[in-house]
Design a protein around this ligand. Sequence first.
Ligand SMILES: [Zn+2]
Ligand SMILES: [Zn+2]
Ligand SMILES: [Zn+2]
Ligand SMILES: [Zn+2]
Length: 350
Amino acid sequence: MLKCITGFLFACLFLDTLFLEARIWTTRDGTKSQGELIEVTDDRIGLRINGRDYHFSLNRFSDQDQAYVRQWAKVSRCPVCLRGLSGKTKRTSADEFHASCFRCMVCEKGFVGGERFQRDPWGGMAHLSHGKSLESCGSCSKFFVRNKANPRQFFDDGRVSCETCIQDGVLDQALLEQVLQRIKPVMRELGLAEPKGSLALHMVDRNLLNREALKINARGNLRGLTLTKYKVVGRGSRTSATFDHKIFVLYGLPHVECVSVLAHEWAHVWLNERFIDASPPVIEGFCNLVSEHALDREKSKLSSVIRENMLKSDSPVYGAGYRQMKQRLAQIGWAVLLKEMKAKSSPPQS
Ligand SMILES: [Zn+2]
Ligand SMILES: [Zn+2]
Ligand SMILES: [Zn+2]
Ligand SMILES: [Zn+2]
């Protein structure tokens, strides 16, 4: 009898790990890494590697890996535990869950018909009614339960971060400079040359950032800001300008979000040195486009989440402006787009 129970547990564990077991993935150029498959969407897969979620295009992997993915995708899975659906299940309009997985992460009660609940992009679900007991990461929108969180997830300026994002948080100046170095080749490749003027990075809290932003009448949920001081000397066609740029970035942003912010601000620096003047949707839309380009090099799932948030943003400047510029880019490509932007240059007359 006892043996029988042990046997059953063993079988159960085996099944548990059958699909979630980390396996070795081999890219077409022979690079190997160990990770668990967590999602398959169109031609993209999600892999969990060392506890982090990444997105890759499927065609970068070997035929054997691709066959594994196709097999994996054939099984209908519960979005919470990723195991195949069986036994008692619950359905929403979009998904089907194991009945035991379909529960609120705050009160841990199963959802019942008609109850209103919310989901994050990472599989978290909670009743709408929990108010401040539920927090949503300011960077990746992942839900977490307030009284189970680590104190370091709460910043002094009121921002909150999930455990993963704070682990990847850029909290010191040296790291921030490293992120800037990382995006430079990507910017150069795009055609956004290094600034001629001086460029200083400042890591700040939200209060300071908002105070600096008021100097240029910027408002809203800012993560970064560029202030450029310039001096024009000479007369008529023989003028030259010098620049002094300050980029302010919120402290503690996860590395990938920092890439996105610095690329956006780098684009501002480029525009400012050319005195490019256009409406806010064109300017911010362009900067978000540059940011998206830098994010595209980052394989972590957070990069996809940030890009999706930009695409879905209802801001007339950062959202609509970005979508418009993205359409324009698709029509004419980067080289012509940069030319179009340069044509909007209107240097001050001295
Ligand atoms: Zn499940
Ligand atoms: Zn609940
Ligand atoms: Zn997060
Ligand atoms: Zn901007």
